[in-house]
Write a protein that binds this ligand. Structure first.
Ligand SMILES: Cc1cc2nc3c(=O)[nH]c(=O)nc-3n(C[C@H](O)[C@H](O)[C@H](O)COP(=O)(O)OP(=O)(O)OC[C@H]3O[C@@H](n4cnc5c(N)ncnc54)[C@H](O)[C@@H]3O)c2cc1C
Length: 294
């Protein structure tokens, strides 16, 4: 990682071209793979972030959380004492010692960590920078006859249509598909074209080599501000401690990925524990105090 981060920082497309790799390797594999990993079709992302994404890809495998993206926060919440987490509550303002909510009035506290998306964080904490974003559109289709590509992720290196990448997701995680049917999930990067479903079906029939006219469209989800842009120079360790009692974390403080969001959360938690005078985890500190009192 240190060696990657010591390299000159350029837009990823420029850095790839400067590395002397064959055009076939860049256009046929690296460019579409990086576009998929970074949600950035033009590869304007910092080459350091692109190198880190390639390193993670080479060292591990692509994965989907079983049961959907929400299963990750659900697993984290399951390990907390009952009643710790309240969902469906909208925060309207924060201070170092209180949070004002739309539904439950003011909640007093010893520290506040704002863990929202970048735009909501800047609304709650005026002065915080709002980055540009990469839009993402995801389309879900079901069919009785899945294409024969197994669990592979198909990348479109030819740019022959709007789809950047697609997979028969039910081969990876059957729990996501309606019973007895295959689920094909496809991603369009950049602005959403008009009549996106028709354009995507035509493109998918070429990519999978099978007719898609009878596939059923389950959902088309367009998120204009899906992924914070990481143009160079990108600060990989943006400050998470704003002042004693007020902290911020999320993908916009680190890299624009779930890993970046988790890592910034870890940094913020460490800062809070230090400020509250709990060197280790809060639970350990409490147990030691009880033992010495006894
Ligand atoms: C369609 C789409 C596709 C993506 N694809 C990829 C990908 O392929 N690879 C990849 O690495 N990343 C991808 N990402 C990005 C990844 O999902 C994010 O980087 C990650 O979820 C960021 O986590 P976070 O905790 O920082 O923020 P979020 O997951 O955005 O969580 C913020 C939470 O704050 C809550 N909130 C906001 N305002 C308030 C308020 N006022 N009061 C209370 N709660 C509030 C929101 O409801 C939300 O639950 C994608 C994102 C989208 C939307």
């Amino acid at each position: 990682v240190e060696r990657l981060l010591a390299r000159p920082e350029l837009p990823a497309a420029q850095a790839l071209a400067a590395r002397g790799l064959p055009a076939r390797t860049i256009d046929g594999f690296l460019r579409p793979l990086l576009a998929a990993l970074l949600c950035d079709p033009d590869l304007t992302t910092s080459s350091r972030c692109a190198d880190l994404a390639l390193r993670a890809f080479a060292g591990g495998r692509l994965a989907l959380p079983e049961g959907g993206a929400e299963s990750l926060p659900e697993q984290l919440a399951r390990n907390l004492p009952p009643g710790t987490v309240h969902t469906g509550v909208r925060v309207t303002s924060v201070a170092t010692n209180s949070v004002t909510t739309a539904e439950h009035g003011v909640i007093r506290c010893r520290a506040v960590l704002v863990a929202t998306d970048a735009r909501a964080a800047a609304e709650l904490l005026p002065g915080l920078r709002v980055p540009d974003f990469h839009p993402v559109t995801v389309l879900h289709h079901t069919t009785d006859e899945p294409p024969a590509t197994g669990a592979s992720l198909l990348l479109d290196a030819d740019r022959g249509g709007p789809v950047a990448h697609t997979a028969v997701v039910s081969h990876v995680d059957p729990s996501r598909a309606p019973a007895g049917r295959a689920l094909v999930s496809s991603t369009v990067l950049g602005p959403c074209p008009s009549d996106v479903d028709t354009a995507v079906r035509i493109h998918l029939s070429r990519l999978y080599g099978t007719p898609t006219g009878r596939w059923e469209t389950l959902a088309v989800r367009h998120t204009p501000e899906a992924v914070p842009a990481m143009r160079p120079p990108h600060d990989l360790r943006r400050q998470v401690r704003l002042l004693a009692g007020l902290y911020v974390c999320g993908d916009h403080r680190d890299t624009s990925t779930p890993q970046g969001a988790l890592h910034s959360g870890l940094r913020a938690a460490a800062a809070i524990l230090t400020d509250l005078g709990a060197g280790r985890s809060m639970h350990t500190a409490e147990r030691v105090a009880t033992a010495s009192a006894a």
